[in-house]
Design a binder for this molecule. Structure first.
Ligand code: E4P
Length: 215
């Protein structure tokens, strides 16, 4: 499973990228708004840090508007992936963009049928939002399993991004469910890294080392 970071914060991206674990970045309008910067400039800066798909979302609701935004964003860098909402208009835009060779990530996916439609329209990625399902007392992980199984059954090339990840167990369960990618917030990356036995183990080694003679 590849790991993407779900943020538009440059420091967070640089930090996790320096660990050597990042394969891509996803942003969304809320994450971009949090940074208080010019959208296109943030996205361009990200492309200079991470060599992998960088999702940038369109905000038009009509296919024509989405296509206009998408074509402009795609000019920024070859790694820009256009995030399109899972709507009729979104599917129309995805279908055109895939024929133009522009990568797309269909976002706000909450059912296997939505994922299937997105894949048939030519999406490069689909993003089922597991945390937002959990938020409304509906288990998110089975959605990942269903989509992966359907795509496997028909050798569909569209990759499944487990999105809306809220905690480390979401990452483990997404990997077990066969998600191709998990897009993970910075806070969760830090949680994945930490273990109290690692900390106490280092402390013990350093303490014992105090009594060791070295050259
Ligand atoms: C995915 O690409 C989205 O940016 C993201 O995972 C949404 O997460 P949220 O539900 O925590 O806002």
């Amino acid at each position: 499973m590849k790991l993407f970071i779900d943020t538009a914060n440059i420091d967070e991206i640089k930090e996790v990228n320096s660990w050597g674990v990042l394969s891509g970045v996803t942003t969304n309008p809320s994450l971009i708004a949090k940074e208080g910067r010019v959208f296109e400039e943030v996205v361009e800066e990200i492309t200079k840090i991470v060599d992998g798909p960088i999702s940038a979302e369109v905000i038009s609701l009509q296919a024509e508007g989405m296509l206009k935004e998408a074509r402009e964003l795609a000019k920024i860098h070859k790694n820009i992936t256009i995030k399109v909402p899972m709507t009729k208009e979104g599917l129309k835009a995805v279908s055109v963009l895939s024929k133009e060779g522009i990568k797309t990530n269909v976002t706000l996916v909450f059912s296997p049928n939505q994922a299937l439609l997105a894949a048939k329209a030519g999406a490069s990625f689909v993003s089922p939002f597991i945390g937002r399902l959990d938020d409304i007392s509906t288990e998110g992980i089975p959605l990942i399993k269903d989509i992966v199984q359907i795509f496997d059954n028909y050798s569909i090339k569209t990759e499944v991004i487990a999105a809306s990840i809220r905690h480390p167990m979401h990452v483990i369960e997404s990997a077990k469910a066969g998600a191709h990618i998990a897009t993970i917030p910075y806070k969760v990356f830090l949680q994945m890294l930490n273990h109290p036995l690692t900390d106490s183990g280092i402390e013990r080694f350093l303490k014992d080392w105090e009594g060791v003679k070295t050259k």
